[in-house]
Design a protein around this ligand. Structure first.
Ligand SMILES: CC(C)(COP(=O)(O)OP(=O)(O)OC[C@H]1O[C@@H](n2cnc3c(N)ncnc32)[C@H](O)[C@@H]1OP(=O)(O)O)[C@@H](O)C(=O)NCCC(=O)NCCS
Length: 198
């Protein structure tokens, strides 16, 4: 129910008020706010974006696996999703995330997404399928990009799954072409992508 409401909220079409008739004697109406201005309603979103805590690891592994198994099902077959999702376990995730910057998204005390940057490389962005398309990855990514800008980084790169290509394109990344990665001997197609921060 909440998810449906959030989706409606984020995909709502702004209602343009009918332009009232006015003459030279009457002042023109105030211009409508620009689309790029911050949306005050977005500030009411019930997610919290916060740094990674060591207690998050089990839930985080669950989000990683569910995101791959469910959200990437249209682009990768079962064998590929198994190889990809088994490519990390509890210990390897701790090791990967021990370096760089990780942020997580919490919703009703449940971890629903996380993102990880090492220097100029966006290494991971994963959102639980039940919380997809309400802007969580966008918020997570923005935190990482803000951190990179503060560090003086002028360009970000990533390897985007076929599933995540449109998300990264929406964040301003450009694909430099597809390449093959490999997990447990299984090929996985992905995009090498890049975004200038200057
Ligand atoms: C890719 C992923 C992180 C996106 O998370 P999300 O929280 O649903 O993304 P957002 O809601 O912030 O999406 C922002 C915009 O990106 C684009 N986008 C996101 N997912 C998309 C999809 N599956 N197809 C097309 N466009 C998509 C849309 O433009 C979207 O805006 P809209 O919903 O208003 O149309 C998530 O689907 C996921 O975890 N996928 C599986 C794992 C994966 O591939 N991770 C990346 C590893 S490189």
């Amino acid at each position: 129910m909440m998810l449906q409401w959030l989706r409606q909220l984020f995909h709502r079409t702004p209602v343009q008020p009918e332009a009232p008739a006015h003459s030279a004697a009457q002042p023109a109406p105030e211009p409508a706010p620009r689309a790029s201005e911050p949306d005050p309603i977005a500030a009411l979103m019930p997610f919290q974006i916060r740094p990674l805590d060591s207690k998050d690891m089990a839930e985080l592994l669950g989000v990683f696996r569910e995101a791959i198994q469910v959200s990437a099902a249209a682009e990768y077959d079962q064998q590929q999703r198994d190889a990809w999702s088994q490519g990390q376990n509890y210990d390897s995730l701790i090791s990967v995330l021990s370096e760089g910057d990780t942020v997580v998204a919490e919703w009703d005390d449940k971890l629903v997404g996380f993102a990880h940057r090492i220097r100029d490389y966006i290494n991971m962005v994963f959102v639980h399928p039940e919380a997809s398309r309400v802007g969580i990855a966008t918020l997570l990514y923005q935190h990482l990009e803000d951190g990179a800008r503060i560090e003086g980084i002028t360009e970000l790169t990533t390897h985007a799954s076929l599933t995540a290509h449109d998300f990264f394109a929406y964040m301003g990344f450009t694909s430099e072409g597809q390449e093959q990665a490999e997990r447990a001997g299984i090929p996985l197609t992905r995009h090498a992508m890049r975004k200038s921060l200057v």
